[in-house]
Design a protein. Structure first.
Length: 279
């Protein structure tokens, strides 16, 4: 489908450039429209016996116009050599760099999970860690990076069971393999809170109520717990390295990582299930 759309965009763009840059193109279009009108009238009986000769003349004229187009392209071959790549290259780049999450509401195909990870998901039921003290979410760093976090829900029971198990496994892998202690900042988010955050501006969120996987218990924002405090800002090199590892592990578990978005959200992970979010 994307290949067809890219090809269609290329054809339309070339046609518009042809009409805008070449007077012969506009003349040819008008002549083609006139020929189409004559053919319709002939089929309706308006032209009678003379219709055949008119259509034949029209086809002859079309062949002459095609020859004129070829001559025009030869005369303007330098302009065409520059214009065609300018039209074609963006389409090809968009096709090659496409990702399922580039379009709003797009739900990707079920991700292929590593067999070892799949076995873990089918086996032991992981238990949420102990809750962090409320004061941990009121520090100056937390307030600067994530305002209003103190009122966020960190109730694991409100998360979708499949998502919560993947997230808990993500926490375990981050700790056992990479030495990062993870902390849940926010899980389920009510529609009212989502709208409240959206009114704070695009630097917080672009999604309104029921446009975020948080409302379905299928998204979470996470950070790191080090030396008795939360580390959220990616300006910390240690945290930035952790976020990269976090994203790699999240994607290996079939989750979508916010670090790949245009408005990057390094601590965000979500599980996109078909038929859940309807826009």
């Amino acid at each position: 489908m994307l290949i067809f759309l890219a090809f269609l965009y290329f054809c339309v763009a070339c046609g518009l450039i042809w009409l805008a840059a070449f007077p012969a193109g506009r003349a040819a279009l008008l002549q083609c429209l006139g020929m189409l009108q004559r053919r319709l009238l002939w089929r309706a009986g308006g032209w009678g016996r003379a219709g055949g000769a008119t259509v034949q003349a029209g086809w002859s004229g079309a062949r002459l116009r095609l020859r004129d187009v070829r001559l025009a392209l030869r005369r303007h071959r330098v302009l065409c050599a520059i214009g065609v790549p300018l039209v074609l290259v963006p389409s090809l780049l968009a096709l090659l760099m496409r990702r399922p999450d580039m379009l709003p509401g797009e739900v990707p195909r079920d991700a292929v999970v590593d067999p070892q990870v799949a076995a873990l998901l089918q086996g032991e039921r992981l238990v949420p860690p102990a809750a962090l003290p409320p004061l941990a979410f009121t520090t100056r760093e937390v307030e600067l990076v994530r305002p209003m976090l103190v009122d966020a829900s960190r109730n694991w029971g409100l998360l979708h069971p499949d998502f919560s198990q993947r997230l808990l496994l993500l926490f375990r892998i981050m700790k056992e393999r990479h030495g990062y202690e993870m902390a849940l900042l926010e899980g389920y988010r009510s529609p009212a809170r989502q709208d409240l955050l959206a009114r704070m501006g695009s630097q917080v969120t672009n999604a309104r109520a029921f446009q975020s996987w948080h409302q379905y218990g299928l998204a979470a924002d996470c950070a790191f717990w080090r030396d008795g405090r939360l580390v959220i800002s990616e300006k910390d090199p240690w945290a930035m390295r952790g976020y990269q590892l976090y994203g790699e592990v999240a994607e290996s578990l079939g989750l979508t990582w916010g670090g790949r978005w245009t408005m990057m959200d390094f601590g965000h992970a979500e599980l996109r299930l078909r038929g859940v979010m309807r826009r």
